[in-house]
Design a protein around this ligand. Sequence first.
Ligand SMILES: Cc1ncc(COP(=O)(O)OP(=O)(O)O)c(N)n1
Ligand SMILES: Cc1nc(C(=O)O)sc1CCOP(=O)(O)O
Length: 528
Amino acid sequence: MASHQILNEKVIDYSLYLVTGRDLLPPGKSYLESLEQSLKGGVKIVQIREKSVDTAEFLKVARESQILCKKYKVPILINDRIDIALAMHADGVHLGQTDMPVSIARGLLPKGSIIGVSCNNVDEIKAAIKDRVDYVGIGAVWGTKTKELTSPIVSVRGVGEMLNHLNGTHIKAVAIGGIKATNLLRTLHGSVSTSGRALDGIAVVSDIVGSKDPLDASRRLCDIFREFRNALPTSVASHHPYTPDYIKASASRLLEDLKLINPLVQQITNIVVANQSANATLALGASPIMASAPEEMEDLSHVIGSLLVNFGTIKDKEGMLVGGHHANLNKKPVIFDPVGVGATRFRRAAADELLNTWQASVIKGNAGELAALAKSDEVKAKGVDSVGTGFADPGRFVKQLALTERCVVVMTGPTDWISDGVTVVRLDNGNKLLADITGSGCMVGTCVAVFCAAAASSAVQRFEGKLVSGDMLCGAVAGVLALTIASELAAARSDVRGTGTFLPALIDELYNLTAAKIQQYAKIEVVG
Ligand SMILES: Cc1ncc(COP(=O)(O)OP(=O)(O)O)c(N)n1
Ligand SMILES: Cc1nc(C(=O)O)sc1CCOP(=O)(O)O
């Protein structure tokens, strides 16, 4: 989908939208110098926003800015003030919810003027559609110091939901509020509708205006936007026409790769399972680091192969927030295991906060946990366990959740269901003793994290515009297969007489797992 629009024969490119803010200029930097550098760096549309000056000064600044914008063939819009826009023949206006109504502004402005409005929720989007505006400014997507916010933060997942409503319209959408080079890729990947509609641009004040080098700041934002546009349409899908044989071969190869790579797998997990998760990691040929302090997350994010965030006893939320942010920044897979998320309001709110802060590569849970995450009441949970027979159509459910959260979703149970939003895989391995020991679900999360680390580390092709390289669907399938096949082999051993002997045997079978065993025992079906 093109990020530009044709109005009055003019092509409007919203990809990098500068909103001015003279009060944020660094000491010694002149406003016009900063504006020209940002235009050189790739700003494609400018809005003059002056909140605390009189009319004469607003008009002067707008006219001086217009000369530069004309030089770079960039449209100029005026924030709030129709009179200023008319007086200087601006290309259009940006209106807030309490400014001049769109229908009246349209009557006053010359035909073909660009009209954009601020939207903070779905109702405002619906009104903007009725008003046939040219674009919407959705915000604030993150917290910002540039302006005191009077409406709730939308967050990236909220932007995606609002974009769903713009499907089938010609209205363009930019996000605004707290966007900077360090969160831009995350912002873009998170802000996509379930049908794949992405943002047409980003509107930025401080990351450009506050920079001593606005040319470089703008160029960096432009580059990230372009790389995102050039990347594959979903963040993790590799778009291979998956077949059971292909997946089996990939899972087997990943096991061999991981024994060579020996990735470091960081796990923020719960005390109940920490020991057995670390042992499972080692048994597969990876190295565990069970680190949860926020202060160490940045350093670790450079050296880890993947990060597992397991909710379990949820004491380390700050570490989880910071860890996921840095993992995204350094393009390391994040595996999210929202243990017992349906159990309390605190857990539900924490899951939302985490998923609004970083993007998971894989979300893994049982039917009850994933239902709670998706705010579906089709399946109920009791504590950390799922209750009842599960979803009527589990394949459809995981596919939809994968599209909404833009990641791979793994739903564990007697049958495991995995989807990247395009393909749905059904796995039928596993022994019922897994349900009788504590932490087997958490160990699945660990195994998925181990194999996703291998998938990311051994990825042949890297796309700058993706949050993570490598085939996360195959990584997730391989992780589930490893534990479930090992459970079948362990349960069949003559030295296993109950749950007490099953757990060490399970670790043994993970240790002795081979590519040939995966090929021999994996029960895989591609169902959609
Ligand atoms: C692109 C874009 N989106 C939103 C806004 C916010 O406008 P508004 O709601 O009018 O608030 P103020 O900017 O007037 O504080 C914007 N300016 N640009
Ligand atoms: C002007 C403005 N409008 C917002 C909204 O939410 O409508 S947020 C915002 C400020 C954006 O500045 P920065 O890029 O420095 O965070």
